[in-house]
Design a protein around this ligand. Structure first.
Ligand SMILES: Nc1ncnc2c1ncn2[C@@H]1O[C@H](COP(=O)(O)OP(=O)(O)OP(=O)(O)O)[C@@H](O)[C@H]1O
Ligand SMILES: [Mg+2]
Length: 329
């Protein structure tokens, strides 16, 4: 079912925020593409620009955000387009789920009515009975037990994992082709995390949807995504196939993230996780050189001269890295 069709092409995307003290450069030239049915992972510490860069795709940034570059969805430019043009994309072709699903719902509206309103967005004539039917079927597809009965429940009556399943069902109800999942499992326990990850993988198989999966946890992302982008300071530090990251990560930042992320079963090992020293870069005062240099154990004076380019590396899968030491000199 999978195709080679390109769904999304992001080219040299920049996002800056106009603030009282000057410009905050949150995303500094991001390029990637995503195929239909592909899962792309984006990892990086807090503040590295993961959310801002993906919110730019359906133009969901606040008014003080300035963007440049290009975001093409099936060949059509989305950046800088009017709200009426974007209506077809935001929350429809491009669905989004977030870390705290409870916050997306009105506490006084039961799920039956949430689904009814959602279906009515695209079909004004839908009946309550048909809406119930379709909602129950989607909830069964996303694995919510006793979904039909539970449609009369209010948001607070569901667990975080259940709300995430409902959020995914609502995205599907609107014809989602691309799901942007921004830390959808961060607030869930490990078992539920695995279940939601399995659900996303299943939907990719059955519906050929494309997914951008954002997380701090590089090992979790490697289990779900075919390809990974590692971001820091609004820049791609390393990108490539997930399989490669387990053994072949080359960037000091990727290696530090791997050492700081628990592997499944590691609770039973004696190995200690390594924290990354220092503080994340401040977008109000971007360094002239590599943003990771002040925290990098391998940094030299050369790293402070300018931002190193993202260079393609040998091997398959479009492996790229941004470091003065790569390719090794
Ligand atoms: N509305 C805004 N105004 C000013 N700066 C902002 C705004 N939104 C985000 N930023 C800044 O942009 C940078 C990138 O933020 P972003 O939310 O994309 O990080 P993130 O990688 O998603 O982090 P986290 O893991 O904490 O979600 C941060 O330094 C953040 O403070
Ligand atoms: Mg974020």
């Amino acid at each position: 079912m999978r195709t080679d069709e390109v769904l999304l092409e992001v080219e040299n995307l920049t996002v800056s925020f106009s603030m009282a003290g000057g410009l905050h450069r949150a995303v500094r030239g991001l390029s990637f593409s995503l195929g239909a049915g592909e899962i792309l992972g984006i990892v990086g510490e807090s503040g590295s620009g993961k959310s801002v860069s993906t919110q730019a795709i359906p133009s969901l940034l606040p008014k003080n955000a300035l963007t440049s570059g290009s975001v093409r969805y099936r060949g059509k430019e989305l950046l800088g387009r009017s709200v009426s043009f974007l209506r077809e994309y935001r929350g429809k072709k491009i669905g989004m789920i977030f870390q705290e699903p409870g916050r997306s719902y009105d506490p006084l509206q039961n799920m039956e009515s949430v689904f009814f309103e959602t279906f009515r967005n695209s079909d004004r004539k839908i009946t309550r009975a048909l809406s119930l039917e379709k909602a129950a079927s989607l909830l069964s597809e996303t694995g919510l037990e006793r979904g039909r009965e539970r449609l009369s429940n209010f948001p607070h009556q569901f667990s975080g994992g259940q709300l995430q399943r409902i959020g995914i069902a609502l995205a599907l109800a609107q014809g989602c082709e691309l799901l942007i999942a921004d830390e959808p499992t961060t607030a869930l326990d490990v078992t539920i995390q695995k279940q939601i990850a399995a659900l996303l993988l299943r939907l990719r198989e059955t519906r050929n949807i494309s997914i951008i999966f954002i997380s701090h946890d590089i090992n979790l992302v490697a289990e779900i995504a075919g390809r990974i982008i590692v971001m820091y300071g609004g820049l791609i530090m390393e990108a490539g196939k997930s399989a490669l990251f387990a053994e072949g990560a080359v960037h000091p930042y990727s290696k530090a993230l791997l050492a700081a992320s628990p592997r499944f079963g590691s609770h039973y090992s004696r190995e200690r996780l390594k924290t990354i020293p220092g503080r994340v870069t401040d977008p109000a005062h971007t360094e002239p050189g590599c943003p990771f240099a002040p925290r990098c154990a391998e940094a030299s004076d050369e790293c402070k001269d300018g931002v190193p380019p993202l260079v393609p590396l040998d091997g398959e899968g479009g492996h790229q890295a941004r470091c003065v030491r790569i390719p090794w000199r």
